[in-house]
Design a protein around this ligand. Structure first.
Ligand code: TRP
Length: 322
């Protein structure tokens, strides 16, 4: 059942953050949250099908094998909030398992209207859930969900797909503490985390032979052309992937293939790029077990369960707010 969607569009956010990121004197950057327009969301769905990118399938296997067990470990009754709505495929496994206990309110929180629409379309046939999509930033949306909770109702927050890994260094702990601050004791977080694995496997996962990930990364420039009237020559950029040993993160960059000047009228900006200079677009940190445990404890959670995929090192973590 689809009840209603709440929308707030902050289009100028895009212009502001593009301007800020590309005006940096040293490493230029673009915010990765803007990857997922309609084209970006479609490309990401294809990334998830690539043989090299095992992450999504690992999480799907975990949820299809263990959804019932995960649900047994949850407080009742719960409302479900999901940070980033995805396509709904993984969420369906959990919602169907939850529905065996009671009817569920499900709040996908997502800044991309196209991703939100897909998720709502995919899940609306599940009879015992009511979907209220929130077109909001993660924590703003979660605050709204928390404000709507009924007496005695717990929250289950889903943060799947290892999106947590995009927060740099201390930022992940900071984010988790803020998230914890919105929750009550006994509320739960189901957190997907991609684990450390051999570097050649990681490099292939983020630089596939068909070039889908390259197209996904380059689409950020094409989106700036479409929405902010810029004149990026997308062919003058290359997708570049690095594994940073210090931060244990995959880093995605767009490397300029020539000295070039780009005009972005919608962001009131002219950018000069030197040949070989990169624009950093995203990092994806890879976790160790110790790190996950420490992160839980330092952000006000107690690890209550962990499920691992045997084929692709990935952990589904259940943390209880303490
Ligand atoms: N950040 C996600 C991940 O770590 C999604 C992702 C996959 C991604 N491929 C990408 C993000 C390429 C940016 C560029 O797997």
């Amino acid at each position: 059942m689809l009840t209603r969607a709440l929308t707030t569009t902050r289009r100028s956010d895009f212009a502001l953050l593009v301007r800020e990121g590309l005006s940096r004197p040293s490493q230029k950057e673009l915010p990765s949250k803007f990857f997922y327009d309609e084209i970006g969301s479609a490309l990401f769905d294809q990334i998830c099908l690539l043989p090299e990118y095992g992450l999504t399938r690992a999480e799907e296997r975990l949820l299809s094998r263990h959804a019932a067990e995960i649900v047994q470990n949850l407080p009742q009754p719960v409302a479900v909030a999901e940070l980033g709505s995805g396509t709904g495929k993984k969420t369906r496994l959990l919602l169907e398992a939850l529905c065996r206990r009671h009817a569920v309110s499900y709040y996908p929180i997502e800044i991309s209207p196209s991703a939100l629409a897909t998720c709502e379309r995919e899940l609306k046939d599940i009879r015992c859930i009511s979907i209220v999509g929130l077109e909001r930033e993660y924590l703003d949306g979660l605050l709204e969900v928390a404000a709507r909770r009924r007496e005695g109702q717990h929250l289950l927050v889903l943060f799947l797909g290892s999106t947590i890994g995009k927060f740099e260094g201390e930022a992940s702990a900071h984010f988790l503490r803020q998230l914890r601050g919105i929750l009550w004791e006994g509320d739960v977080l189901l957190l997907g985390a991609d684990l450390e694995k051999p570097v050649d496997i990681l490099l292939a996962a983020y630089d596939d032979s068909l070039g889908v990930t390259a197209a996904f990364n380059l689409n950020l420039l094409a989106r700036i052309n479409r929405e902010l009237g810029a004149n990026f020559d997308v062919r003058q950029f290359a997708h570049q992937v690095i594994f940073n040993q210090q931060t244990r993160s995959i880093e995605m960059h767009l490397r300029s293939l020539s000295d070039q000047t780009v005009t972005i009228p919608g962001a009131d900006l002219v950018v000069k790029l030197a040949r070989g200079e990169t624009i950093w677009t995203e990092s994806c940190h890879k976790y160790s077990f110790d790190e996950l445990r420490t992160m839980a404890n330092e952000s006000g959670f107690r690890p209550a369960g962990i499920w691992l995929d045997p084929a692709w090192p990935f952990a589904e973590n259940l943390w209880v707010a303490v």
